[in-house]
Design a protein around this ligand. Structure first.
Ligand code: AMP
Length: 249
């Protein structure tokens, strides 16, 4: 059994980005890039499944620019066995990524595909769901516990009303939530070992996928600055202000 894990190269979670002066996008020149945090959790979970003997191989896949190889090396250092980069300079939207991943799913035939619930740069929360639809696979999103046994995955997921547990027939798509696990600290020997693990590079054209963007960004701007708040002395004044000033009561 094989697990395919999708990992995206994103601006590091600790970096505060700004909007480009011409309003065409977010300025990411010279900022630190990292593996998307939810994808790191997905890799960690896949490696734990392998360590527990539930699956045999972990394959990491990333779509994007050449530097995404660094992201794949991080996945390999956590414990993935091999990696695939679908290399392109085109700005990829979730539908394009889902189509590329579908092509890899067709080729690799994994028992389980793991993705993050969302990429922290676009916050789309779409790719896993689109992949499941394109590939005709069952899906469980926002996983906080995954158990693989006997050709099934039992997934606990956090929903508005509490916890929900789904039983999926494999192969299936699972997207990870923050509480699934705490990724291990990557050690120097494992970083060194990762450099020697196989990393294949393919082009979208070789997979027969058209990655042309379907959505056009018209303008990117900073959110309006929030005006300073006021402290109220008591609940009575708060209710009064909510009625008269905020007009929400
Ligand atoms: P999104 O739908 O953009 O919020 O992304 C959800 C998940 O899809 C991410 O956490 C990744 O696991 C996967 N994903 C999105 N974009 C890429 C990409 N360019 N390469 C690999 N995986 C991706």
């Amino acid at each position: 059994m094989k697990v395919l894990v999708a990992v995206k190269r994103v601006v590091d979670a600790n970096v505060k980005v700004g909007v480009k002066s011409d309003g065409t996008g977010v300025d990411i020149s010279n900022v630190k890039m990292s593996i998307n945090p939810f994808d790191e959790i997905a890799v960690e979970e896949a490696v734990r499944l392998k360590e527990a003997g539930a699956i045999a191989e972990v394959v990491a896949v990333s779509c994007g620019v050449e530097q995404s190889q660094e992201t794949l090396r991080t996945a390999l250092a956590i414990g993935a066995d091999r990696a695939i980069l679908i290399g392109t300079d085109e700005a990829l939207q979730p539908l394009a990524v889902a189509k590329l991943l579908k092509a890899i799913v067709d080729r690799e035939q994994p028992s389980l595909v793991m993705l993050g619930k969302q990429a922290i740069d676009d916050d789309s929360n779409q790719t896993g769901q689109m992949l499941a639809a394109l590939a005709g696979l069952p899906q469980a999103t926002f996983a906080s516990k995954v158990v693989v046994a006997g050709g099934n995955a039992t997934v606990s997921r956090e929903v508005d009303g509490g916890m929900e547990t789904l039983s999926l027939t494999l192969p299936a798509v699972v997207t990870t939530d923050l509480r699934l696990n705490e990724p291990r600290y990557v050690t120097l020997p494992n970083i060194m070992k990762a450099k020697k693990k196989p990393l294949e590079i393919v082009k979208p054209e070789a997979l027969g996928v058209d990655v042309t963007p379907r959505l056009k960004t018209l303008k990117v701007s900073e959110p309006p600055k929030r005006s300073a708040g006021v402290k109220v002395p008591d609940v009575k004044t708060l209710v009064e202000k909510l009625k008269t000033e905020a007009k929400v009561l």
